[in-house]
Each structure stands twice: as C-alpha cells, then as structure tokens.
Ligand binder design. Structure first.
Ligand SMILES: *Cc1c(COP(=O)(O)O)cnc(C)c1O
Length: 426
C-alpha cells in the first residue's frame, strides 16, 4: 500500500487518520507520507522516498533516529520486562540526571507525556498556594489539558474562554492569557490580581508559534513579580529542556523558575514527561502531600533506559550543543541569502540551535506578529522543500528541529533546496 491508501484506510478508523492533528498535513493541503523507518537524520516513507528530517519527532530525536546506543539500551532493558508497576532503580538514575542538569529541580516526578507534566505541575502549584488562577501566554502551547486550551477574553483582565469544544467555561475562566513579551500587561495583571494567581506558565523560549525568543527583561520581570506575589513560576521546557542547552532555557538565560516541566528529549523517543522543582512545592505531591497524581506506566523501565542513555550521551558530549548551533547558523545564513536574492520577505528567529523562519517583513516577537506570516507562501515553500527531499514541520508555526546526526553534506543539500524553492515560489 502507498501513503495515500494508508491514509484513506486510517481515516476510516482513526479521527482524521492521525493520532495527533498536525500530522494530517492539513495546513499544507497534502496527504501525509506514512513513515516506514528512520535512521540518523533520514526518514523514509512507505512510498520509497528518503527525506532529510527536520521534525525529529518534534524534538526527541536530538541524537538522530535509532541511535545504536539508545536502541541497545531499549532492547536490553525490555528483555528484563517492560513494566512492573513497582519502583525500579532506573527511575532514580533518570531523576538524578535531571536534577543534576537542571539545578532548580530538587525533586522530580515522572509521567508519560508533556501534557501530563503540565497538568500535574499546575495542580501542584494550586495545591501549594491554595489559589486557583493560572496565567499563560498567547501562542505558547502547553499540551491539551482543559485549562490550557483557553484563549484570551476580550480584555487583559478578563477571564479566559474555551479554545476547544468540550472545555467547560468554568475551567477556562481559571486561566488568564497575556501577550508574550509584554511586560506592561503582565505588571498590570499582577497589580490587580496578583494575590489570586497560583501560577504563571511560560515557554521560556516559545517554540509553538514558531520560535520566538523571550525578551530577557520580560523574563526577569516575570520572575520578580511571581516572587513578590508568591505565585509559582513554571517554565514549560518540554521543547527547550536539554535542547537550548543541557540545562534548558533556564541555564541559557540564567533565570530560575519554581517548577519545570519536561518531555520530548528526556524519553529518548519513548513516551516520558516529568515535572519538578523546589522541594517545598514537590513535597505537596501524593503520597507525601495532599495533591493527587499517579500513573500506571510512569517511570516505565524501558522509557527510563532510553532517557538515561540519551541524556548521558548529551552530557558527555557538550560539543553537540555547539554543533547544533553551528548547523542552525549555517541554515539560517542560507535562508537569509536565498530570501535576499529572491526578494522574499523573511524573518529568522534563532536561539542557539533552535530556529524558525517566518514569511513576513515584520519582526516576530509574539503571537500577533507571528500571525502576520504569509501562510499561503509557507505552503508553497513547504511543498517545494518536500519535493526536494526535505521533511519540515507542516506548519508555519513550528520550529526547525536539528539533530547531532545531520551532516554537513545534508545541510548543504538543504541549503540548495531552500535556494531553489525560493526561486521557484516568487
Ligand atoms: C509538546 C509540548 C507539550 C505537550 O507534550 P506532549 O508530550 O505532546 O503531551 C507541552 N508543552 C510544550 C512546550 C510542548 O512543546
């Protein structure tokens, strides 16, 4: 069967034919390739096409796909049983590695996805503070828990409204949404409601509206205000953790949150999430404290083994982060040159090895400015790149994910594809 046939069949038994919406390729008007295998920086579809992969499973494949040592760790561990429903030593090893890498995490609890990590961190923040309101920022994604699928009300100080069918109004009303990087509105909100705010959650480097770097003064103000009002500051580092730097965005910027949520990379390609932070807060979690949170497959040994091997390879080769940044610079230079020579309006946002390009002539600093992007042009660009063997995230509002496995030759091939595609679409 080819991808089209698989997709037809999938659509009859899986909603939209996919188990996560972005995979359906709707925003680029195509049928998604069904993937047969991946190795290093390459991914092959069932139709026999080979692509250079810049999705990297949306982040986890930072060492490249099917890294031999990670695969070996998975196989060896699986032979000893895939799940016990009882504590195992590997959980302690991964917890220790996380606490060592991210010093603000004094205690950590494993879960099975980023969504679960966020949902649980918010519950703990509420339990710890005895308050209910949570603040998030427009354009940041924090998984699909009810309280995070919320859009701003009609004014800064109005309560949130559901951004998905099925989210109760009452739940949405507990979440306030502010523009990213807007210090003034943040200060205004705290002045009015600071004493009711349990937590502020933020992607310290936004990655889910495309990459949008934080204004450092804004992050510092956020830290100061949350401290002043005793609200819990949660950094959602599900993407940036172990990617922006080994210690995440908090190490990169030197700003310390109270709680951190992790996912993606820490599972080495298996389903893992984690939340952790200050001992005083994490001690509220059951069975130690009164905030309930549990998971049948949490701390799963096979997933722990994949995470431990991935993190230890990253820890022992700090030069990987330099390489990711160099690769990102190589590609962003290629984008800048191709845009200039072909007269295409393009904004490039990059932090270390993480970047996005936006088809707009306005600097992208928040969701409002990200939305000025020409998504029709993105669609043409996406199709041109795919046809040239470059597999990108199928949306303007996503990051380009690099891995240690991307070779110079692959980067050069990509640069050529960028140039040729830009030339084709003007
Ligand atoms: C991917 C992501 C999540 C959700 O993680 P899942 O494992 O998909 O549930 C949460 N927060 C951020 C910042 C993410 O990028």
């Amino acid at each position: 069967m080819n991808s089209k046939q698989y997709f037809d069949k999938a659509q009859s038994i899986i909603p939209g034919g996919v188990n996560s919406p972005v995979r359906a390729f709707r925003s680029v008007g195509l049928t998604p390739p069904f993937i047969e295998k991946a190795q290093g920086a390459n991914i092959w579809d069932v139709d026999g096409n080979c692509y250079i992969d810049y999705v990297c499973s949306w982040g986890p494949a930072i060492l490249g796909h099917a890294h031999p040592q990670v695969v070996q760790a998975i196989c060896e561990t699986a032979q000893k049983g895939t799940s016990f429903g009882a504590p195992c030593p590997l959980e302690i090893t991964l917890a220790e590695m996380i606490c060592e890498a991210v010093p603000s995490i004094e205690m950590v609890r494993m879960v099975s996805s980023g969504t679960e990590a966020v949902m649980s961190a918010i519950r703990v923040a509420r339990g710890f503070t005895g308050r209910e309101l949570v603040v998030k920022f427009e354009g940041c994604y924090h998984g699909h828990a009810d309280g995070m699928l919320v859009k701003a009300g009609s004014g800064v100080l109005t309560l949130g409204e559901p951004d998905s069918a099925g989210v109760p109004k009452g739940v949405a009303a507990c979440t306030l949404t502010l523009p990213y990087n807007d210090e003034q509105q943040l200060a205004q909100l705290f002045e009015k409601m600071g004493e009711q705010i349990a937590a502020v959650i933020i992607e310290p480097i936004a990655g889910n509206m495309g990459v949008v770097p934080p204004n450092i003064a804004f992050l510092q103000r956020l830290r100061t205000l949350t401290t002043q009002y005793s609200s819990v500051l949660i950094f959602d580092e599900v993407i940036s953790g172990f990617r922006a730097a080994y210690g995440g965005a908090q190490a990169y910027y030197g700003i310390t949150p109270d709680l951190t949520t992790l996912g993606k990379i820490i599972g080495g390609g298996l389903p893992v999430g984690a939340y952790g932070g200050k001992k005083a807060i994490m001690q509220c979690v059951a069975p130690l404290g009164a905030v309930y949170q549990a998971g049948t497959l949490s701390g799963n040994p096979v997933a722990m083994a994949a995470g431990i091997k991935t993190l230890s390879l990253l820890r022992d080769q700090p030069e990987i982060y330099q390489k990711l940044a160099q690769s990102a610079v190589f590609l962003t230079d290629a984008y800048a040159k191709a845009a200039k020579e072909n007269g295409i309006a393009l904004q490039i946002n990059r932090v270390g090895g993480v970047f996005s390009v936006f088809f707009t002539d306005q600097p992208v600093t928040d969701y409002e400015s990200a939305k000025t992007s020409d998504t029709a042009r993105f669609e043409e660009y996406f199709k041109g790149m795919l046809a040239r063997g470059i597999y990108l995230a199928p949306s303007q509002f996503e990051a380009v994910f690099l891995s240690d496995a991307h070779t110079q030759q692959q980067l050069e091939q990509t640069a050529q594809a960028i140039y040729d595609t830009f030339k084709e679409i003007i």
